[in-house]
Design a protein around this ligand. Structure first.
Ligand SMILES: Nc1ncnc2c1ncn2[C@@H]1O[C@H](COP(=O)(O)OP(=O)(O)OP(=O)(O)O)[C@@H](O)[C@H]1O
Ligand SMILES: [Mg+2]
Length: 373
C-alpha cells in the first residue's frame, strides 16, 4: 500500500497541506511543535479511523475552526488507486468516504489501509495497563481479520448486556438462569478472540526475536507471552476453549453477580514482554525497551504483509531517542530493506545520512511543509 497524495485542512496547527508523495521513505523533519506528529496522525486516521493521541476529535480541529478534513489517495498492489476522505465537524461529527461513497460503519474501513505506528504513546505498551496491550493486539488482528473485529464488537455488546443482567440478578429482578444464553454467546466470540490472539502471538514471536537480534547485535530471547484466564496454548481448539470458558463462567457466577461484572474473559487478557525470561518492564533499559518496541513494529509489519499480501504503511514518530548510533544505523538499514512505505519524523534529519535510497525529505515549519529532496 502506498499513500501517493495527502491533503489536510484545519488539522492541529496545519491550516492547509498537500503532499504529493513519490518516494518510499519519507523523512519529515523540523523543530519541536511544528506539526510533524500531526502529519502522521492524519495518515493514521485514514487507516484506523481514530487518532492515536486523543479520543475526542474536537482536540484535532485547528483552534478557532469548526472542522478538519483529511484526504488520501492510495495505491494498492502497485496499480489500483482509491481515495479516502475523512471529515469531522464540531456540529456534525465524523464522516468517512471511500471513493466519494459514505462509509456506514467505520469498522468496514479497518484493513483497507493497513498502517503500523510507533509513537511515544507506545511506551504505554510496556509500562501501561493491560488495556493498552489488548488494544495493540486488537488493532493488529482486526486489520488482517474482519471476523476478529466483528467478534470484538459482539463481545463488547454482550458484556454490556450481561453486566446489566448481573445487576438485575443481584437486586432480585432476574433469575440466574437468565445468564445462560448470554454465556453461550459470550463463549462463542470469546473463544475465537482468544484463539486468534494466541495464534498471532505465536507467529509474531520469531519475527520479534529476529529483528531484536539484528538491531541490538545480541542474541537474547525476546518473547511475548499471552496471559489469558486459562492456558490457551494448551487447548488450541475453539470448541475446547468454549466449553472450558462456559464451565469457568459457571464457577465464578456468584462472584460475577456480587461484583455485577464479568470477571473472566478476553476483556481481562494481557500480554507480557520478556527478554531472556525477565520482564522488560522491570529489567529492561530504556534503549532495550525502545529496541523491543521497534522490533515489535517491524514484526507486525512483516506478519501483516504475509497475512494480507499487502505491505502496510509504517508511521514512525521520533523513534530514535534512547538509541545509540549503532542501533539507529541498524534500524535505518531495516527500514531500507523492508521496503514498506515509511514516514519517519525526526528533529534531526542528519541521523539519516547513512546511505538510504528512494528517500523524500520534508521540512515542517509552523504547520507548513516543504519538499526538499
Ligand atoms: N487543535 C489544535 N489547534 C492548533 N494547534 C494545535 C492543536 N492541537 C495541537 N496543536 C499544536 O500543534 C503543534 C504541532 O504539534 P505536533 O505534535 O504535530 O508537533 P511535532 O512537530 O511533532 O513536535 P515534537 O517534535 O515536539 O513532537 C503544537 O504546537 C501543538 O500544541
Ligand atoms: Mg511529535
Amino acid at each position: 500500500m502506498k499513500l501517493i497524495n495527502l491533503q489536510v485542512k484545519n488539522f492541529r496547527n496545519i491550516k492547509q497541506l498537500t503532499l504529493n508523495i513519490t518516494k518510499n521513505i519519507n523523512i519529515i523533519y523540523g523543530g519541536n511543535a511544528q506539526g510533524k506528529t500531526s502529519i502522521l496522525e492524519a495518515i493514521y486516521l485514514l487507516g484506523i479511523t481514530k487518532s492515536f493521541r486523543v479520543n475526542d476529535d474536537r482536540a484535532i480541529v485547528n483552534s478557532g475552526n469548526e472542522f478538519y478534513e483529511v484526504r488520501g489517495t492510495f495505491r494498492k498492489n502497485l496499480k489500483n488507486t482509491f481515495n479516502i476522505r475523512l471529515f469531522f465537524s464540531i456540529n456534525e461529527g465524523k464522516h468517512l468516504f471511500l471513493e466519494q461513497k459514505k462509509v456506514k460503519t467505520f469498522s468496514e474501513m479497518i484493513g483497507k489501509v493497513p498502517v503500523i505506528l510507533l509513537s511515544l504513546e507506545d511506551l504505554e505498551l510496556t509500562y501501561g495497563s493491560p488495556s493498552f496491550r489488548r488494544k495493540f493486539i486488537d488493532i493488529l488482528i482486526s486489520q488482517i481479520d474482519p471476523l476478529y473485529l466483528q467478534a470484538l464488537k459482539q463481545l463488547i455488546r454482550i458484556l454490556k448486556n450481561r453486566n446489566k443482567l448481573l445487576s438485575m440478578i443481584k437486586e432480585g429482578g432476574q433469575k440466574e438462569e437468565a445468564l445462560i444464553p448470554w454465556n453461550l454467546q459470550l463463549a462463542e466470540h470469546a473463544s475465537y478472540v482468544c484463539l486468534k490472539r494466541h495464534e498471532i502471538i505465536e507467529e509474531i514471536n520469531p519475527l520479534i526475536y529476529h529483528f531484536y537480534k539484528n538491531v541490538s547485535g545480541r542474541n537474547e530471547k525476546i518473547e511475548i507471552k499471552y496471559k489469558s484466564f486459562f492456558d490457551v496454548a494448551a487447548l488450541k481448539e475453539k470448541e475446547v476453549i468454549k466449553t472450558l470458558y462456559l464451565k469457568k463462567l459457571d464457577e465464578v457466577k456468584e462472584r460475577d453477580i456480587n461484583y455485577t461484572t464479568t470477571t473472566i474473559g478476553p476483556h481481562r487478557d494481557d500480554l507480557i514482554f520478556f527478554k531472556d525470561d525477565a520482564l522488560i518492564k522491570i529489567f529492561g533499559s530504556q534503549g532495550e525497551n525502545k529496541t523491543f518496541l521497534i522490533s515489535l513494529k517491524f514484526a507486525e509489519a512483516v506478519l501483516m504483509e504475509k497475512r494480507i499480501d499487502e505491505k502496510p504503511i509504517l508511521l514512525l514518530d521520533d523513534i530514535f531517542s534512547e538509541l545509540d548510533l549503532t542501533r539507529i544505523q541498524k534500524v535505518v538499514e531495516n527500514i531500507q530493506q523492508l521496503q514498506f512505505q515509511t514516514f519517519i519524523t525526526t528533529t534531526n534529519a542528519e541521523k539519516f545520512d547513512s546511505g538510504l535510497s528512494d528517500v523524500g525529505l520534508w521540512h515542517v515549519q509552523n504547520g507548513q511543509v516543504h519538499y526538499e529532496a
